[in-house]
Design a protein around this ligand. Sequence first.
Ligand code: ATP
Length: 342
Amino acid sequence: MTEASRTAKRAALVYNPIKVDADALRASTTRHAQDAGWAEPLFFETTVEDLGDEVAREALDAGVDAVLVAGGDGTVRAVSEAMSGSGVPLTIVPSGTGNLLARNLRLPLDDSDTMVRATFEGETQPIDVGFARLRRGDGETVEHAFVVMGGMGLDAAMIANTSGDLKKKVGWVAYVDGAARSLVKARPFPVMYQVPGHRMHRANVQSVLIANCGSLPAGLELIPEASIADGELDIAIFQPKNPLGWLLVWRRVAWDNSVLRRFRAGREILALRTRDNSIRYTKGTGIDVAASAPQPVQLDGDEFGEATHMAVRIAAGSLLVAVPEGHTSPALAAVRAALAAD
Ligand SMILES: Nc1ncnc2c1ncn2[C@@H]1O[C@H](COP(=O)(O)OP(=O)(O)OP(=O)(O)O)[C@@H](O)[C@H]1O
C-alpha cells in the first residue's frame, strides 16, 4: 500500500443485488472515487438475512469516510439505522419502486451517476431519523429506525396484505389493493397514547401513523406538514367510525392534501372540513402508544411483526445525507435557514 492510498479517503457502497445493476454501479463508484482522488471503494451486498445494517456497520468499523446505499426503501431504512449518529455522510442512490426518502428530499430519481458523484463532490445536510422501540406480546423488545414513516394498525395490515408480485408489476398502486383487503377485516382498537409534554389520550383507532416526512409516491401527501429536518415527528391518529370513514380518510389524503392544498379556493374548502375528525394530527419529539392486544407495525413500508407497545423517538439531525452541489428542497431549505439564523 502506498502512502497516498493509506491517507486517501475511502467510500463504501452497500447495495441490494436483486434491485440494482451491480456492475454499472460499482464501476461508476470506482470511477468517481478515482476522479476525486479517493481510494478504491469497498463493496458490500445485502442478503436476505442482513438488509444492510450489518454491512453498513462493518463499513463504519473499517473507517470509511462516506457510504452509498443502492436499493429499495427497506435497504435505505436498514442502512440509515446503522449510519444514524455516525457523522459519516450517506448517499442515497434511488433504485426501488418507492424511493420515499429520495422523493422527499427531491433527489434525482433516474440519475444514479449524479447521486454517486454527490458523494465525492456534493454537500451534506443533516436530517432526522425516527426510532421505534417495539414491545412484543411476549415482552421482548426491539428497536428499529425509520426515515420516512412508521405506523401501527391498519396501515401496517395494509402493507402485510399487499402482494409482492403485484407491487413488482404496478409499484405503489398495489397498496390500494392491500388496503381494500385490509378494510374488510378492519376493526378499531383501543389505545392509550401520549406525546411528550402533552396529556395522555385514550382513543379507538384504526391506525397511528408517525411521519418523519410526508410524501408518498403518485403525488399523495399523507402528512403535508411533515418536515424531515425540523426535529419533530408529525403524527396522524386515524379514527374513522366505520369502513365508510376510510373513504373520508382517503379523500383527505389523496384529494384534499394533494390537490386542494395547491389552490387557494381549495384551502378554504379544507378549512371548512375540520369538523370531520377522522384524522387527528399532532406533532412532537416522540409518542408512546400502548394497545390492549398486539397490533401490526410497519416501518418505511416494511412489516415489523406485531407489538403491544410502540415508543417512538426522534434523533434530530442524526443522519448526514449527501446531496448534489447546490441541490435544494423545501425541507433542506428550512434547515439551511435555521442554521443561518443560529
Ligand atoms: N442478496 C439478496 N438476495 C435476495 N434477496 C435479497 C438480497 N438482499 C436483499 N434481499 C431482499 O430484498 C428485499 C429488500 O428490498 P429493498 O428494500 O431493497 O426493496 P423493496 O422493499 O422492494 O423496496 P421498494 O419498496 O422501494 O421497491 C428484502 O425482502 C430482502 O430479503
